[in-house]
Design a protein around this ligand. Sequence first.
Ligand code: ADP
Length: 486
Amino acid sequence: ADLERKVLDSVPTGLLIGGRWRPSSSGATVKVEDPSTGAVLAEVADASPEDGLAALAAAHEAQADFAALAPRERSDILRRAFEAMLARQEELALLMTLEMGKPLAEARGEVAYAAEFFRWFAEEAVRIDGGFATAPAGGSRFLVMKQPVGPCVFITPWNFPLAMGTRKIGPALAAGCTVVIKPAPQTPLSMLALGQILLDAGLPAGVLNIVTATDAGGVMEPVIRDGRARKLSFTGSTGVGKILLEQCADKVLRTSMELGGNASFLVFEDADLDKAVEGAMLAKMRNMGEACTAANRLYVQRSVAEEFAAKLGERMGALKVGRGTEDGVQVGPLIDRKGLDKVVDLVGDAVAHGARITVGGERVDGPGYFYPPTVITDVPQSSRLNHEEIFGPVAPISVFDTEEEALAAANATEFGLVNYVFTENLNRALRVAEKLECGMVGLNTGLVSNPAAPFGGTKESGLGREGGTVGIDEFLELKYVAIGGL
Ligand code: ADP
């Protein structure tokens, strides 16, 4: 508990605007809660609309100088921040576990994953190139240069409090863009700690501005509609993403949208079943299932369905649930009451439609928003579990007979983020991967996220890609110069 206090006390609690930490202009604060106990961990400044605009003004003012900074200098700032994050991995992990609930081991993993975006984009910052060509008819020449898009607005969710920030901040800084970021009000502490790390790494004042706000719409809409920001990158629900796209239309902002998912997890009879169970545990249970990439619906071919469900049930039932700081805990609480109620609702709906709970399904008594690892079989296709993001530790299993049937079920959703496929048959693997309507496929693996790969979705799961060599392009404009008279 002493260590927890010490870590909490080390976090700035203000808004970061123009390189300085300051209270909200309204004096308002927001309480950050420990989802495993409901206890208040900290109180941080709750931005007013004026604060949002002040942050935008700071980002706008810092833009020209930052864009002119040598790429190597921008790269070095990211590299130093990467190293600082790893040096402080333990305290950052504890902070994240306290405010978000995930087990410490997973929080450590996220700190490393989040830091990796800074390393990756430190390396990309010095590789921004352009083009030069001769017009097909000869004579004139084409020069193509890449320039930062300008001040960016970021809105991030609570499920990966650090990584969802660094995967936007990393490429933005590498490209020479300044930033206003609004973290989720449930988990601002990780982002506030990161802000200090970036300042300590030498980031110039005003380049990164952090505004925590409970009235997300009230504070961010004027910032988006102002016109000084040139880009919005959002990770969150599809519903909010659509509202933000409309707001961006006003001043034609560039957008990157990482929205909801409804991943299927397909297990064919020619799969290595142990590998498939391992993959399902990762795809389903990483972050308590609170991930847009979480396996939402498991479809298993009939001849192996019973064995797969039994093996998965055994693994799920053996997981240790508890406060993320406790030794050996593998499943923490869900983020809040709303998140917990949704999971309870979805399971209730499935059972009402004839599904069978084989593991879990009983809400845990006591404080905190705990829900046990749960396996449900005989889930009718029409049940809400197959159509809505569960965001909890619930694995609904359905049976299929043919490859066509599996593909049709997997694609029967407005989402198109990721799908998982387990088969040892190369032809089937490639055939199915090609036909899945989505931005990413996990082939014999339950984890696709990697800073060096292009993460993103199709259909209503979003626009644009984060990470990989294309990740920085989201923050660069092309300028074509036609050269005549040669
Ligand atoms: P969740 O339901 O998982 O919290 P949201 O999409 O509601 O997902 O939240 C993701 C992020 O979007 C959070 O930072 C939240 O504060 C923010 N947000 C929610 N509503 C709005 C809005 N109307 N305008 C801007 N940001 C919003």
